[in-house]
Design a protein around this ligand. Structure first.
Ligand SMILES: *Cc1c(COP(=O)(O)O)cnc(C)c1O
Length: 423
């Protein structure tokens, strides 16, 4: 459920009409609903309430805006970070180091040092060589790194190939049959304290069965590790629960269904469980609002050209996925439209031959479910400045990231003196 609803024929973000926000900040812009973010954090907490002290670490990569992270910090969420930059954002948002976990398949020495300096809860180690590197760095600093070994459980998550992470051929994690030996080695390495294991099998999952299969494998692994006399106090089950993008499709499993499955599968594990939801928290809490620049009838198709493009929201181009497109002030009827952006790429397309409510030049449209993997994946391709982000809370709004100016966009380029005129 989200708080982007029609009121008196105008799409609102909570209590604010979107045309008023467009007037204030220009288009395109991202708009987030604070009530929706809070609601999703609470739904997730509620779904996991049968567990003992679960730690919900928001996957910062889904939406790293420091204002969004601050709101989620107030809801008690921790952070799952995958770079020094994300860690800095989480700390800036007031998320305690003791609620931060650092994931990622290629952490640099510099990042490992920064994580140890910050004193975060846990590093999820993805390879044997990373474990040895971390041991050397931590012991050199006189620190002990609490780690989990990220396990590749070799299950097919049944999602898009580009967001599957738990198959044997994926780059993520340590093959499950090598984990026991490495965990035993980790427990002898200087500067390392193994706390447990972690897995994350993919994103936008619409079926609980692969997750259950992976978690069941983790449970057996915990038993084997303990059987070998090793201590396991935490298990990180990752994120990945899907959310509805296309209203015509069946709904994904609910957080409550997910929580019930987790409670059942993990009974008797006697560990602190950690979760890393990203999309589930932020996805439906954000939209991208754009204006129709031009209507254009091609030989075969009717094009609607927006002022937003693939550089602002790349998911349709990258994954071929669906975002609902709604008119902000809907007119009666429907039209068939191929909705595109102005970027010089054929792949710059939000929807192909889609029936939408009719739009005219100058109308506002909202690309729904853009709060996760939206603004954060934006680029400046075609020298298009990054668009602003707005947070609405009831009848209040704040620009939480202003529109990049052309000066900021171009001003970082440096022309070597030997190319300058007269040189
Ligand atoms: C991307 C990612 C997540 C979040 O995935 P969602 O599908 O957004 O919930 C969690 N953990 C890890 C390690 C990730 O790479």
């Amino acid at each position: 459920m989200d708080h982007f609803q029609l009121k008196d024929g105008v799409l609102h973000a909570e209590d604010l009409p979107l045309p008023a926000i467009a007037e204030a900040v220009g288009t395109p812009f991202y708009c987030y609903s604070a009530a929706t973010l809070r609601r999703h954090a609470r739904v997730m907490k509620e779904a996991l309430s049968a567990l003992d002290r679960p730690l919900i670490a928001f996957a910062v990569k889904a939406n790293p805006n420091v204002a969004v992270l601050s709101l989620l910090a107030k809801e008690g969420l921790g952070a799952d970070v995958v770079s020094e930059g994300e860690m800095l954002r989480a700390l800036k948002a007031g998320i305690a180091p003791g609620r931060i976990v650092f994931s990622g398949v290629g952490k640099t020495d510099h990042e490992l040092r920064a994580a140890l300096d910050a004193g975060i809860l846990q590093l999820n180690v993805e390879s044997e060589s990373e474990l040895r590197r971390l041991s050397a760095i931590a012991s050199g600093m006189g620190r002990t790194a609490e780690i989990a070994l990220r396990v590749n459980p070799d299950v097919d998550a049944g999602t898009h190939a580009k967001i599957s992470t738990g198959k044997a051929e994926n780059k993520f994690g340590i093959p499950i049959d090598r984990v026991e030996a490495l965990y035993a080695e980790a427990s002898t390495l200087p500067g390392i304290r193994p706390a447990g294991i972690a897995a994350h099998i993919g994103s936008q999952l619409f079926d609980l069965a692969p997750m259950e299969a992976a978690f069941t494998k983790l449970g057996h692994l915990v038993g084997r590790l303990r059987g070998a006399g090793l201590s396991v106090t935490r298990v990180d089950l990752g994120g990945g629960l899907g959310i509805p993008y296309d209203p015509s499709l069946p709904l994904p499993p609910s957080p409550a269904d997910y929580g019930a499955m987790v409670a059942r599968v993990t009974t008797g594990w006697n560990v602190q469980l950690m979760f890393e939801p990203g999309r589930l928290i932020a996805g439906n809490a954000g939209i991208l609002v754009a204006r129709v620049i031009t209507l254009k009838s091609g030989a075969a198709r009717h094009f609607v050209v927006l002022d937003a493009a693939m550089n602002d929201l790349i998911r349709p181009t990258l994954y071929g996925v669906y975002h609902d497109i709604r008119a902000v002030v809907p007119r009666p009827g429907t039209m068939a439209a191929t909705v595109v952006g102005p970027v010089c790429e054929t792949g710059d397309m939000f929807a192909e031959d889609r029936r939408i409510t009719p739009v005219e030049e100058g109308d506002l449209v909202a690309l729904m479910t853009a709060g996760a993997y939206g603004a954060t994946m934006a680029s400046t391709y075609n020298s298009r400045p990054l668009v602003p982000e707005v947070l609405v809370d009831g009848d209040r709004m704040a620009v939480i990231r202003p529109r990049q100016t052309l000066e900021e966009l171009v001003g970082l380029d440096r022309v070597p003196h030997w190319l300058k005129e007269g040189a």
